[in-house]
Design a protein around this ligand. Structure first.
Ligand SMILES: [Zn+2]
Length: 86
């Protein structure tokens, strides 16, 4: 996790690396990391419904020069739940 993303989910005080958000489903600590997708054109976007060729939607995150999209998020492996911040 890069320093620029640490503040999104981790407390600013020094000490053990503790995620400040428990899983909303089971309450256990969530792992901080990145949801990564590959997209060379429009990046990641939000859609309420699937569309033909995935046209439309609200942009969430643009891809980098290598076509990878990184979105900071939290994961609970027990519930198979991922939450992301954009
Ligand atoms: Zn959970």
């Amino acid at each position: 996790m890069t320093p620029s993303h640490r503040h999104l989910f981790l407390p600013r005080t020094p000490g053990p690396r503790v995620v400040e958000f428990p899983c909303p489903s089971c309450g256990r600590p969530m792992d901080a990391g990145f949801l990564v997708a590959e997209s060379y054109i429009s990046g990641v976007k939000w859609m309420q419904e699937k569309t033909k060729l995935a046209l439309g939607g609200d942009p969430i995150q643009k891809p980098d020069a290598w076509g990878n999209v990184y979105i900071a998020g939290l994961r609970c492996t027990g519930c198979r739940l991922v939450t992301v911040r954009y």
